[in-house]
Ligand binder design. Structure first.
Ligand code: FES
Ligand SMILES: [Fe+2]
Length: 440
């Protein structure tokens, strides 16, 4: 299938369009599986989820069943969750703790390093049968950055730090908020939306929709005494970070547990949040503290991990199960040493806004599902994603961050490789500006 026509990217003409078959075609999804999900580094989980020897978590990543476990030597190992005998899932619970993993089918037994240590009635096998050849296998690449564990199924992949490119600066801004390190709270939200997965990529860092779509939440915040400035009147920015990663940042006028107090958090947290901010200034200086404490950010690690650092800190990943259906899983991340009052406030923010029954997620699900339904009018072929293309320093209410995703996505579908950081729109505009005549 030709992908030439799925994007119109006309920087000179300030036009950016996405062909709606990108969202409605099962063939496009098949190509995405090969050219996007089989090539990119994909988020698996966080090291804090398995603090003790034997702790494990089961996940499906890029269509493959996996689990990761902390072995007795302290190392976290990631395995394909399939028995080397005849295929059954070895790990059959989403989480737990175990020194050994026994396949329930014929009881082959593996230790937490993946070695095959037990085969019932081993005499039934010929002499050449070698248990040491039949241990659990790992994806070709597994690595972590500041506790975030990623896997990659492409044997020729670049290293994880190269892949993350400019996104590392923004991951650092999140992780450095706590001296004790960040941890993922046990448990997660899981839900699904009847829409194409790329609509959720767009939606997860699109501040343009916030005022109209989430009016109920804004009214609720206002009723609690929080002053909500329109997005267009707040400081904000959007950046391309290389390899398809992008971020929007914006002034956190409604407060952040780390570390900008708001009436939303209750009077009893004021002192603690103020002290937290002072401590950040001591450790990181005023300028970096402003970035960490007074600004929120929604960071996309291409193709499908969001770190949403707002009134809660949410990790969100999602997978297409069909061209018109997404499964989403979200976790809350908190400072390892957070006081219980503040923790309660933060978890409350997580559920109130981003939880599946909160103010935002049902609104967003509805928006995405109506887009997908709207694509049924197949005579209308293109969606417009050109907002802010003519602007030198785009804000979060523009769509540079969305275009960054789409450009990398398109490059993958065309097998064109990885795109570097920077705003190509601003660069093209500067290049086309007439050079000032020399006064002499
Ligand atoms: S499939 Fe696992 S022991 Fe047979
Ligand atoms: Fe939203």
């Amino acid at each position: 299938m030709a992908t030439q026509s799925l994007i119109i990217d006309d920087i000179q003409g300030d036009a950016f369009r996405v062909h709606r078959s990108a969202m409605t075609s099962p063939e496009v999804l098949q190509m995405e599986r090969k050219r996007v999900f089989d090539r990119c580094w994909l988020y698996l989980g966080h090291e804090s989820e398995v603090p003790n020897a034997g702790d494990y978590r089961r996940r499906k990543v890029g269509g493959r069943p996996l689990f990761f476990v902390r072995s007795g030597d302290g190392k976290i190992r990631v395995f394909y969750n399939t028995c080397r005998h005849r295929g059954a899932l070895i790990c059959r619970h989403d989480q737990g703790n175990g020194e050994i993993f026994q396949c329930f089918y014929h009881a082959w037994t593996f230790n937490s390093r993946g070695d095959l240590i037990g085969v019932p009635d081993e005499e039934g096998y010929a002499q050449g049968f070698d248990k040491s050849d039949l241990g659990l296998l790992s994806p070709p690449h597994v690595d972590s950055y500041r506790g975030f564990i990623f896997v990659c199924y492409d044997p020729n992949a670049m290293s994880l730090p190269s892949y993350l490119a400019g996104a590392t600066e923004f991951i650092d801004l999140v992780v450095d908020q706590s001296e004790a390190g960040m941890r993922v709270v046990p448990g997660s939200n899981r839900y699904s939306i009847k829409a194409n997965w790329k609509l959720l990529v767009e939606n997860s860092f699109d501040n343009y929709h916030v005022a109209p779509t989430h009016k109920t939440y804004i009214d609720y915040q206002t009723s609690l005494g929080v002053e909500i400035l329109p997005q267009s009147e707040r400081w904000s920015a959007a950046y391309s970070l290389g390899n398809g990663h992008a971020v929007m940042e914006f002034a956190a006028t409604a407060g952040r547990p780390t570390a900008r107090w708001s009436p939303l958090f209750g009077e009893d947290t004021k002192e603690e949040i103020t002290a937290l901010r002072a401590r950040l200034v001591e450790r990181h200086g005023e300028e970096r503290t402003v970035r960490m404490a007074d600004r929120s950010r929604n960071l996309l690690i291409f193709p499908n991990l969001y770190i949403i650092d707002v009134a809660g800190l949410t990790l969100r990943t999602f997978w297409p199960v069909a061209h018109d259906e997404i499964e989403i899983q979200a976790w809350e991340m908190v400072p390892g040493d957070e006081d219980s009052r503040l923790l309660r406030t933060r978890l409350d923010s997580f559920l109130t806004f981003l939880g599946p029954g909160g103010f935002a997620t049902p609104d967003d699900s509805e928006a995405l599902e109506t887009c997908q339904a709207g694509f049924g009018a197949s005579e209308i072929e293109w969606s417009d994603v050109s907002r802010g293309m003519h602007i030198e320093e785009p804000q979060s209410i523009h769509e540079l961050q969305l275009r960054t995703f789409w450009r990398q996505w398109h490059a993958h579908l065309q097998n064109e490789g990885w795109l570097s950081a920077g705003n190509p729109e601003a660069a093209a505009r500067r290049a086309s500006e007439p050079v000032a005549a020399d006064d002499d």
